[in-house]
Design a protein around this ligand. Structure first.
Ligand SMILES: *[C@@H]1O[C@H](CO)[C@@H](O)[C@H](O)[C@H]1NC(C)=O
Length: 353
């Protein structure tokens, strides 16, 4: 019954909005755009339903895109190629910047080289490729991914590449208690990559994370934040955690989007032959550089931010720990990362083409 209602709401809502747009033209389009914007970024429960529907459709639509395994805007250092990692396997290169984002969030920002023996939990893991990448090259003990979209989880599970540490589960990150995964483990690293904006009740997520995170563990969030909402969100964060590090990486993300544009355009052309409007919609959905709403807004009304959170330590005043973006740190990270290379990995050699 609830599922029927949910489907009805999801389909009904979108169809009505789409119908209105086509029927009434431009001005209504703007109003509808605002309404959609409100529903997907500011509403409470409709937001989650819409994102779930969206990602289910998205994954169904791209179900055969084997190389499209990770969906985030990407991370690049400010060099010509933007590479922080020398990747060799074709499948890894296809998602170069998305993998780099995962690497940056899990290791780079924390100045770590590997995840050996660590338990990693990825919230809203999407198509699973980012977590799989970490599991493949940085050897965590367990790498668990959770996503609300069953289609995405199916995709992730069918592209696991026989990595033993890796497992994916369908479920709602706002109710981690109800999700069927190993909750006896204390996780050393919990990540939430470009998906916090899909959720309305941050307290529910933070509460769940608090219970699952190891004493010295880190909760790393990277996402696009509305500038005017940052203060509010940080206030909620500080209610549960201490902000150990904060870096604004908007320029790195925009650089990655630019470098990634040929791939995204190729993918769009493959699916949509000549309809300009449909192409534009896809550009927005895939956050293509130049021409997508996300790209235009980044740096103006929105920033791309990485937070490293940890359990609060009552002995230390949390307010003193909040670091603003630090150029020296960033440079050190960039130098360090340039040394990274997977070229000698035999598994990689085999797969490269
Ligand atoms: C959000 O989650 C918290 C913690 O689980 C809960 O106490 C609160 O009632 C929730 N808020 C809403 C609006 O659902």
């Amino acid at each position: 019954m609830i599922i029927v209602l949910e489907l009805f709401l999801q389909f009904g809502l979108l169809l009505v909005l789409l119908g209105l747009c086509l029927w009434l033209g431009d001005k209504v389009f703007l109003v509808v755009e605002h309404l959609i914007y409100h529903l997907i970024y500011q509403s409470t429960w409709p937001r989650k339903l819409i994102w779930k529907f969206f990602y289910n459709s998205f994954s169904w639509y791209l179900k055969n895109e084997n190389y499209f395994r990770s969906h985030n805007c990407g991370y690049a250092i400010l060099t010509q190629t933007g590479e922080t990692l020398k990747l060799v396997a074709k499948q890894d290169i296809k998602n170069q910047y998305q993998n780099q984002m995962y690497h940056y969030a899990a290791l780079g920002i924390r100045n770590l080289d590997d995840l050996q023996g660590k338990n990693v939990l990825d919230l809203a893991t999407g198509r699973g490729g980012g977590l799989a990448f970490l599991a493949k090259y940085f050897y965590p003990k367990n790498a668990v991914g959770i996503d609300i979209s069953s289609h995405q989880i199916q995709f992730a599970q069918s592209h696991q590449d026989e990595i033993d540490s890796l497992s994916y589960f369908q479920g709602d990150v706002e109710c981690l208690n109800a999700v069927n995964f190993d909750k006896d483990i204390q996780y050393d690293l919990i990540t939430c990559i470009e998906s916090l904006h899909c959720f309305s009740n941050l307290s529910a997520i933070f509460n769940g994370v608090q219970n699952l995170m190891q004493k010295n563990g880190n909760f790393v969030i990277v996402d696009i934040f509305e500038k005017k909402e940052v203060k509010n969100i940080e206030k909620i964060m500080k209610h549960f955690f201490m902000i150990e590090k904060r870096e604004i990486i908007t320029i790195n993300v925009k650089h990655a989007m630019n470098l990634d544009k040929p791939r995204v355009e190729k993918m769009i052309s493959k699916f949509i032959t000549d309809n300009e409007i449909a192409k534009q919609v896809m550009r927005n959905i895939l956050a293509s550089a130049e021409g997508s709403k996300t790209y235009e807004e980044l740096g103006k009304t929105k920033e791309y931010i990485c937070y490293v959170l940890r359990h609060p330590n009552p002995a230390i005043d949390a307010t003193h720990q909040c670091q603003s973006p630090n150029e020296k740190n960033m440079r050190r990270y960039q130098e360090q990362m340039a040394l990274h290379s997977y070229q000698n990995d035999p598994q990689n050699q085999q797969q490269s083409m």
